[in-house]
Design a protein around this ligand. Sequence first.
Ligand SMILES: CC(C)(COP(=O)(O)OP(=O)(O)OC[C@H]1O[C@@H](n2cnc3c(N)ncnc32)[C@H](O)[C@@H]1OP(=O)(O)O)[C@@H](O)C(=O)NCCC(=O)NCCS
Length: 135
Amino acid sequence: MTTGMNEDCLPEGKMPVIRVPARPADQNPGGSIFGGWIMSYVDIAGSIPALSRVKGPVVTRAVDSFEFKKPVFVGDLISCYADIISEGKTSIKVKVEVFAERMSKGEISCVKVTEATLTYVAIGENRRPKTLPDK
Ligand SMILES: CC(C)(COP(=O)(O)OP(=O)(O)OC[C@H]1O[C@@H](n2cnc3c(N)ncnc32)[C@H](O)[C@@H]1OP(=O)(O)O)[C@@H](O)C(=O)NCCC(=O)NCCS
């Protein structure tokens, strides 16, 4: 497995918020993994730092950008990393990076497969936007 901070390896010194293997049921007819499966994990991953920051409910307001840089295949172990990149009054922008570890013939290779930015909004009991709590 490669190490370091380049595009093709797991970021050093950071914990993924989700790690999950891609299974045969997650494939599309073209033989790679269905994009919606990855999008779902990206949304869940992005919500984790937003939930920790708000300490209450958040909803996904927008997917600001989403790039499938490389395909994911059955057997790949995907790791999602999520970091808050900016905050507004009620909203939080989170960058999510997804890497796939691919095991073959006793070797592990690692590739960055997806990068996305999402906006979450803190909501109150009325389901309306709520000012973020102090840090
Ligand atoms: C989230 C929701 C309550 C916000 O209501 P709203 O009327 O859009 O609220 P506002 O216009 O005041 O915007 C709230 C925040 O979102 C931001 N925002 C609004 N539209 C945005 C967009 N297209 N992209 C990024 N941020 C956006 C605003 O800038 C504001 O942030 P700030 O307070 O930090 O400046 C409402 O849009 C909603 O319920 N959406 C559905 C959420 C949902 O079901 N998600 C999917 C499942 S979790």
